[in-house]
Write a protein that binds this ligand. Structure first.
Ligand code: SAH
Length: 185
């Protein structure tokens, strides 16, 4: 994971005025009220997901595209969904410019997942829902892992494995992500 992060130029994923802080261990604003996650959290989630070279990974919350790029350094394909159209467009362009041919960006609502590309070996959610979205669990392979910050205000990052008898919690960590918006009624 550290080698992958070492290959991704984080300064390209932040606004020019934030470039000087791009290699510090802090989240930074990326516009539209959103943030690029703290590198420690990117590393923790990527590590906990145990991503393999053959994996197809779904990310919810593209944001700057940084986490997607880190995943793309390790996995076969990354499918990432962003609800803010302008962020999806910007990240799509940046990732293409940096040569990430195995990242596929969709503008849309991540609560629904990406059924046409399911099932996924791994799923990472980088905005906080109030509970694990059922559509995402449906699109996860059996024995696959999902990392998701769950909660309103106080959030717990949960790393879960899908088993025949349901989700099993493997790891937790207190975190603070932006809320996942657009929950279907
Ligand atoms: N992974 C990002 C950081 C994510 S910030 C990075 O590496 O930079 C959280 C992102 O989730 C924001 O861009 C926000 O717009 C997006 N988001 C919130 N709710 C969403 C939803 N329902 N579907 C898809 N994206 C969502």
């Amino acid at each position: 994971v550290l080698a992958a992060m070492g290959r991704v130029p984080r300064h390209r994923f932040v606004p020019v005025e934030e470039e000087s802080g791009a290699y510090t261990d802090y989240p930074l604003p990326i516009g539209f009220g959103q943030t690029i996650s703290q590198p420690y959290i990117v590393a923790f989630m990527t590590e906990a997901l145990d991503v393999g070279a053959g994996h197809r990974v779904l990310e919810i919350g593209t944001g700057s595209g940084y986490q997607a790029a880190v995943l793309a350094e390790i996995a076969r394909d990354v499918f990432t969904i962003e609800i803010v159209d302008a962020l999806a467009e910007r990240s799509r362009q940046l990732l293409a410019e940096l040569g990430y041919k195995n990242v596929h960006v969709r503008a849309g609502n991540g609560y629904l997942g990406w059924p046409e590309e399911a099932p996924f070996d791994r799923i990472i959610v980088t905005a906080a829902p109030d509970q694990v979205p059922p559509a995402l669990v449906d699109q996860l392979k059996m024995d696959g892992l999902i990392a998701v910050p769950v909660g309103v205000g106080e959030q717990t990052l949960q790393v879960l494995r899908r088993t025949p008898s349901g989700l099993v919690v493997l790891k937790t960590l207190p975190v603070r992500f932006v809320p996942m918006v657009g929950k279907p009624k």
